[in-house]
Design a protein around this ligand. Sequence first.
Ligand code: GLY
Ligand code: MN
Ligand code: MN
Length: 434
Amino acid sequence: MYADNRTALMPRLGEAALVCFAAPEQIRNNDVHHDYRQDSDFFYLTGFDEPDCVLVINPTRPAGEQVSLFLRERDPARVIWDGEMLGVDRAVEALGVDQAFCIDSLAETLPDLLVGATAVYHDLGKRPEDDAVVTRALLGTRRARRQGKETPGDLKALLPLLHEARLIKTPAEIERLRAVSQLAAEGHVRAMARMAPGAYEYQLQAEMEYHWARNGARRMAYPSIVGSGANACVLHYRPNSRQMLDGDLVLVDAGCELDYYASDITRTWPVNGKFTDAQRAVYEVVLAAQLAAIERCRPGYSFDSVHDRAVQVLVEGMVGLGLLTGDVGELIETEAFKRYYMHRTGHWIGMDVHDVGTYHSRGTSRSLEPGMALTVEPGIYIAPDDDEAPEHLRGIGIRIEDDVLVTTEGPEVLTAGVPKTVDALEALIGSQAE
Ligand code: GLY
Ligand code: MN
Ligand code: MN
């Protein structure tokens, strides 16, 4: 899969080389590190999850010397403490690169590997220390230039090239997205089924995360959000510390990461398993908006048109609920709806939960293409102290979010494994409570 990703990128490089750095380790406190996660770009091109590595691709070199990896030498003393390391000797066979070098020789060897290329693609500005390595290597190619060889005369931004590739998911990536989405959906279903009033938000979080961890997802795609009652109106609520009470809604925005691919699901449901009339009325508006927006996830529609469709249905619903008064077109034009819907309807999803790729091209919203994956996540949030809102609606926050793959046949809802109709939710919630 990763060799295929490299091969697919080659023609886009033309006669330019590429240099891509692994993510550095991060200190958590004193001598404890954060869990290591490889840089998504580096992983996309290598499938390798050790720090202190640099990938170099130079398509102008002879076959067998085009893909080079710098990595740590296997150190038996270190293996005793930190576990296995791949090591230079095994890298070619394990990762399918053409040649492997010790990372300690990077400064010395990199200039030679860049000779022949007309330019170097590098993620400029991300880490000054990496920029320094690349610029020093460019200086180091001067001797070759004096000898009449082609050397890179230009430093180019890697991200547009690589992220355009990552935006269109390959069949292998689509399989991974399907797998992570299904697992994430199962975790939400488990949490719903085991729900009981009186539990704390973090306990609901644990139900999902337990299922994901048990099934191989070792990380969340982002910190889980479990917001009950008015906490649902805090878009990126983090504490997850409140006791959930009979009569509350709970908004759960959580997704696991599996094999470096992310999921991102939101469901909002009544803690006691039964929507009140007010909760249901708002819920049905958000659901209608979400379904209508998902219908737009087809080739040819623009990314923005998904949002526009959601806004249209939400604003009609807000007028029906008595949240807004006036002409729907005007309420959209003046953005009056932002009082209750203040975020966008979605984002790309892939290796990163907010995945890479541009949303606009030359000032216009880009068209959806098969292989793009995006979230569709409209919501309505009525602050508890909003004295302009009807009293019975205050403190209600609802979001519904699914991950959708654009295909030639139409939208494929990757996270369809979690129910979202009122009837299906009411049947599921608390059905396996202890
Ligand atoms: N969980 C963050 C988001 O939905 O974008
Ligand atoms: Mn989300
Ligand atoms: Mn999202």
